[in-house]
Design a protein around this ligand. Structure first.
Ligand code: ATR
Length: 264
């Protein structure tokens, strides 16, 4: 039986097995999908197992989206440009790194009907998923992307990867049409110490976090009358793209899919 895995550290929180196994069953595919916590020194051997096809393929989550790259034979254009891999396939003898977070984010935004063309986007955080979000936003022809991260060096590293990013010192606020929380603040009920009360109307508050489904950041946006969206749709569609790469079948997404991922 084919075996797929998601690797990361920590990995306990990952809902990928639940979703991928559900789709496997629904499509009568004889395979399993599990999660495994790895240490950085274990990555090389793990990837060798895919090369030898003892493991059919994997997803990669934080903090290994960049770590895996030197062990792969090829990268998709998106993975190359973002230096971020979240899906590994084995194609004609080659280990290929893909980035399906970009398509996940893109689909999530399209479903919101919030046009970002010519708009200003402020991103809080500079962690694993941010290069993919920037890539997708650039494809949507936003006017300006501003990054604010506690550790400024990480924002500067992103600026080296992408042209014309602006950097805003952590703790400051600037005008925007969309604000994205890509920090881990909110996973454990933390607040983000910014005052959004004098922003103007009709902003989009987007949180990459989907568990809890409404972080303090999103509650704040909602209270002020703005549109809000959590990261669940992005999560589902990055998984869908990975499933398509491995199994060449497009799985169904409907209300049951969202229900499946509700808090246990
Ligand atoms: P990684 O950084 O390993 O990719 P991540 O979960 O993708 O992990 O990213 C965590 C993000 O949350 C980072 O942008 C981090 O900021 P630093 O780069 O300064 O670490 C941000 N973050 C985590 N805790 C924070 C806090 N207490 N205040 C502000 N930002 C925080």
């Amino acid at each position: 039986m084919k075996k797929y895995l998601v690797i990361g550290n920590p990995i306990d929180h990952s809902l990928s097995p639940k979703l991928q196994n559900w789709w496997l069953k629904e499509n009568n595919i004889d395979a399993t999908y599990d999660k495994i916590k790895l240490e950085v020194h274990e990555i090389k051997n793990f990837i060798q197992e895919i090369k030898e096809q003892r493991i059919a393929g994997c997803n990669v989550t934080v903090p290994f989206k960049k770590t895996v790259i030197p062990f792969l034979d090829k990268l998709s254009r998106e993975a190359e440009q973002t230096q971020s891999v979240n899906t590994i396939t084995f194609d004609n003898g080659d280990l290929v790194g893909h980035n399906t977070d970009i398509a996940g984010f893109d689909t999530a935004i399209k479903k919101l009907n919030f046009s970002l063309r010519g708009k200003k986007v402020l991103i809080l955080g500079a962690g694993g998923v941010v290069p993919s979000i920037i890539f997708a936003l650039k494809n949507m022809h936003v006017q300006e992307i501003i990054i604010s991260n506690r550790t400024i060096e990480k924002a500067e590293n992103l600026r080296a990867l992408f042209n014309d990013l602006k950097i805003l010192e952590w703790g400051n606020l600037t005008d925007f049409h969309m604000i994205i929380n890509a920090t881990s603040l909110g996973l454990n009920n933390e607040t983000i110490n910014l005052d959004f009360s004098s922003l103007g109307d009709d902003k989009l508050f987007y949180d990459v976090i989907y568990n809890p489904h409404e972080t303090h950041f999103l509650k704040m946006g909602k209270q002020l009358g703005h549109k809000i969206e959590n990261g669940k749709t992005m999560f589902i569609y990055q998984a869908l793209e990975a499933f398509k790469l491995w199994h060449k079948i497009e799985p169904k997404v409907n209300t049951d899919t969202f229900k499946l991922l509700e808090n246990d």
